[in-house]
Each structure stands twice: as structure tokens, then as C-alpha cells.
Design a protein around this ligand. Structure first.
Ligand SMILES: Nc1ncnc2c1ncn2[C@@H]1O[C@H](COP(=O)(O)OP(=O)(O)O)[C@@H](O)[C@H]1O
Ligand SMILES: [Mg+2]
Length: 304
């Protein structure tokens, strides 16, 4: 009788185990696939210093898209997933570079079908006579379907006063954002204060953006990491002296709190100028080796 019980027991357990195994294997493949995608997002943005919030946003977008796909399979309602983004930040904080990468990554994640990137400014949008602006705006948005339309300094659309066609562009954009939110991302970018004022030009504007991203000014530490990374990408390295020179200079600049300090772009300019200065130094040097040819030393750093 004991035996029977055991057998019965083990029979039951067996069934349970099988069930578990089956569920587990489904979970595992789902998990593995999604882990891969999440890792992909991390690596796609790994060349950028900081910007953790961008990675979180991309992961969130991917998660909702994934759940929507699953829900569709079960015949359930999909969640509306609006992808339009507003990027606010000072010059050189990475808005344009990140917007390009967002297009590529959303394509890889199957959120966008083409992943192309169209950059537009006021002149591409605002026409010269009545009706032309709406038409120009609509056709630009058509071209961007499946990808990203990036409008830099978007507030320039609202600059011309009441008679200007810029307002017509904004009204058209608001309408089109509502109509096209799947497989199309509109990213408006610009300085924080101007963007804030811009949002008041049309009451519907703010709520059309699912993602409002603030690009903070970089700290001295981040700027130095960016400098190292930029040098490294070009197969150069900064000596300790060179790093000190740059970091002292940046400290001074940040202390002065200049309004138009251009963050990572400023650092890129320093690195590029220094590479040219190093080349001049090496021209008359007898000491060119695989080591020295890579080194940017203190004297090479060009700050002006
Ligand atoms: N977080 C970052 N890490 C590394 N490089 C960066 C970062 N942010 C910006 N850059 C670099 O700085 C430069 C300016 O960036 P950009 O995207 O043009 O800034 P914005 O559009 O905000 O003015 C580019 O060369 C970009 O590659
Ligand atoms: Mg830019």
C-alpha cells in the first residue's frame, strides 16, 4: 500500500515536474531573448558617458512593445504606445547624437520599420506663402514614416510672431503627431528655457510627447571621461600631464559658469586641436614610436 502511495505520489510529482519544465522552457527562451535585447540597449549606448535615463527610456519602450506583441497574440487590446520625444539641454549635451542612435536602436528592436533619421530645421518646414507650410510639414512627416524626424531648435518655428507661417507648422505638427504615433518618432530638441516657452504656443503640444528628456550639463568628471573616450576612439591617449591641463582648464570654465559653454562639443574641439598640435610636434621629433605617436602630452593640449 505504501508502494502504491509512493507510486501515485511520484506519478503526480512527475506530471507537475513536466508542467514546470514546459513552462520553464517557455520562460527561459522569452527571458533569453529579452535579456539579449536589454543587453543590446546597454551596449548601443555604452559609448556615451552617463545618460542612464536614455537607456531606461529605451528599455521601457521595448518592454511595452514586447507586452503589446504578446497581448496581440492573445487577442487582447494593445496599449497605445506614443513614441514622440522632447529633448531639452544646453549645446553639446548629446541631443543630436543620441537622437540618431535612438533611430538605429528602435529599428534593431523592431519598434521602427526603417529606422532612418531625418534632421529638419525651420527652413525645411516653414513655407513662403499660405498653405505651403502645412504641405511641407506633412510631406516631411510622410518621408519620416518608419523612422525619426528630428527638429532641432524647434522654438524657431514660433519666433516669427502672429503673421508668420511657423505657427501653421506647429499646428500641423500637433495634428500629425496625433495621427501618426506608431512606427514614427518625432523628436523636438533645443535649449531648456526656450523649449519650455515653446510648449505654450499650442495647448496640445506638451501632452503629445510621451518622453520628456533633460540632457544635463556634464560634470567635470564626465567631461574628462568623455575626453579620454574621444582620444581613445581615435587611438590616442592622454598623459597624466595632459589630463591635468584639460581638467584645470575645464574647472576654470565651469567656475565662470558661461551660458554658452558647449559641453562635450567643447571637449571634442580640444582633442581635435591637440591632435593637430601633436602632429606639428612630431614633425620635428626623432622619437616616433608606437607609444609616443599615440600620446597627447601636456604641451600638445590646445585650449584657446
Ligand atoms: N555622453 C557623451 N559621451 C560621449 N560623447 C558625447 C556625449 N554627449 C555628447 N558627446 C559628443 O559631443 C559632441 C556634441 O554632441 P551633440 O549631440 O551634437 O550635442 P547637442 O545636439 O546637444 O548640441 C558630439 O561629438 C558627441 O559625440
Ligand atoms: Mg544638436
Amino acid at each position: 500500500m505504501n508502494m502504491e502511495m509512493v507510486q501515485q505520489h511520484s506519478g503526480k510529482i512527475n506530471i507537475v515536474l513536466h508542467e514546470q519544465q514546459r513552462n520553464q522552457s517557455i520562460i527561459t527562451s522569452n527571458e533569453v531573448m529579452n535579456h539579449k535585447k536589454l543587453r543590446y540597449i546597454d551596449t548601443a549606448f555604452s559609448d556615451f558617458i552617463g545618460l542612464e535615463h536614455i537607456k531606461s527610456m529605451m528599455k521601457e519602450i521595448y518592454a511595452l512593445k514586447h507586452v503589446n506583441d504578446e497581448r496581440e497574440q492573445y487577442g487582447m487590446k494593445k496599449n497605445k504606445q506614443v513614441l514622440h520625444m522632447m529633448f531639452r539641454g544646453n549645446p553639446g549635451t548629446g541631443k543630436t547624437t543620441i537622437a540618431r542612435q535612438v533611430a538605429q536602436v528602435l529599428f534593431e528592436l523592431n519598434v521602427l520599420s526603417k529606422g532612418h533619421f531625418i534632421e529638419a530645421e525651420r527652413a525645411d518646414i516653414v513655407g513662403e506663402y499660405i498653405g505651403q507650410t502645412a504641405q511641407k510639414t506633412r510631406s516631411l512627416i510622410q518621408k519620416a514614416q518608419g523612422g525619426v524626424l528630428f527638429i532641432d531648435e524647434a522654438y524657431s518655428l514660433g519666433r516669427g510672431g502672429h503673421k508668420d507661417f511657423g505657427r501653421e507648422a506647429i499646428d500641423t505638427i500637433v495634428k500629425q503627431m496625433e495621427d501618426y504615433y506608431e512606427d514614427f518618432v518625432l523628436i523636438l530638441a533645443g535649449y531648456p528655457e526656450e523649449m519650455e516657452r515653446f510648449l505654450y504656443l499650442n495647448p496640445g503640444l506638451r501632452s503629445r510627447f510621451a518622453h520628456h528628456i533633460s540632457f544635463k550639463d556634464y560634470t567635470i568628471n564626465e567631461l574628462m571621461q568623455i575626453a579620454r573616450k574621444m582620444a581613445e576612439e581615435k587611438e590616442y591617449e592622454l598623459t597624466v600631464g595632459a589630463e591635468k591641463e584639460i581638467s584645470n582648464h575645464l574647472q576654470q570654465i565651469l567656475y565662470q559658469n558661461k551660458i554658452h559653454f558647449s559641453n562635450a562639443r567643447y571637449v571634442r574641439n580640444i582633442i581635435e586641436k591637440s591632435i593637430r598640435k601633436q602632429a606639428m610636434r612630431l614633425l620635428t621629433s626623432d622619437d616616433i614610436t608606437p607609444v609616443t605617436i599615440k600620446q597627447l602630452i601636456r604641451d600638445d593640449i590646445e585650449l584657446s
